[in-house]
Design a protein around this ligand. Structure first.
Ligand SMILES: [Zn+2]
Length: 74
């Protein structure tokens, strides 16, 4: 379920709610109970798509290999 961030205009508190997309535009009450809130543009944290490791791990330096000794690096 997506997480939406809101900010309360009364107490300027920011808070997050987990709610279905169909209710993303519905009024959200801040933790203090105010209803004068605005939805913030946030990066929706959908599991699996936001952060995926894109950099493959570099090969570990193998000491004692051919290139380590400089025999093939002319
Ligand atoms: Zn509030």
């Amino acid at each position: 379920m997506p997480t939406y961030a809101y900010r309360c205009r009364v107490c300027t508190e920011t808070f997050e709610l987990n709610r279905p997309m169909s209710e993303s535009g519905a009024p959200a009450k801040c933790p203090a109970g105010h209803t004068d809130t605005v939805k913030l543009l946030t990066t929706v944290a959908l599991t699996g798509t936001a952060s995926r490791p894109s950099s493959p791990a570099p090969p570990p330096p193998s000491g004692g290999g051919c290139c380590g000794g400089g025999c093939c690096c002319s």
